[in-house]
Design a protein around this ligand. Structure first.
Ligand code: DQA
Length: 146
């Protein structure tokens, strides 16, 4: 099983950006955590991070036929991007949505997620552990869904 982990804008600033919300660990720490979690599940993983909406759309499109599932933290585009939603629907891969923070406990504009209109699993407010939970969910469910 091969899973693509997509992180959106400003997640490359982890460790620097709003540490009270996102913690002190860096994006490199996140990638290491995701790789270790995937290895423990015996799944292959690739991690990508893009600040641009179009780059995320392209990464989702290129996942078609190459990956068995997607973990996505679309960051701010979660709340704005019909294009990201449409790309997820177009490729039709099993998808788990992750947010480090609890988007339901923050500003009102974060409570709506376009990604949630497609994602079969949504995990918020669990920090890095949310990515491990997403990988576990895909490992257990993605094969059965296809
Ligand atoms: C985030 C939550 C989003 O609202 C925010 O725009 C982000 C990160 C999270 O992981 O908690 O950039 O997706």
């Amino acid at each position: 099983m091969k899973i693509l982990v997509i992180n959106g804008p400003n997640l490359n600033m982890l460790g620097i950006r709003e540490p009270a919300i996102y913690g002190r660990k860096t994006y490199a720490d996140l990638v290491n955590f995701v790789k270790e979690s995937a290895a423990a599940l015996s799944v292959e993983v690739d991690c990508v991070q893009f600040n641009g909406e179009g780059e995320i759309v392209t990464a989702i499109q290129q996942a078609y036929g190459r990956y068995d599932g997607i973990v996505i933290n679309a960051a701010a585009y979660t709340h704005t991007s019909v294009a990201v939603l449409d790309a997820l629907k177009a490729v039709g891969l099993p998808t788990a949505e992750v947010h480090l923070s609890d988007i339901n406990a923050r500003e009102d504009f974060r409570k709506f997620s376009f990604v949630s209109l497609y994602a079969q699993k949504v995990i918020c407010g669990k920090g890095f552990d949310g990515y491990a939970e997403a990988l576990t969910w895909l490992a257990e469910n993605a094969a059965a869904r296809q």
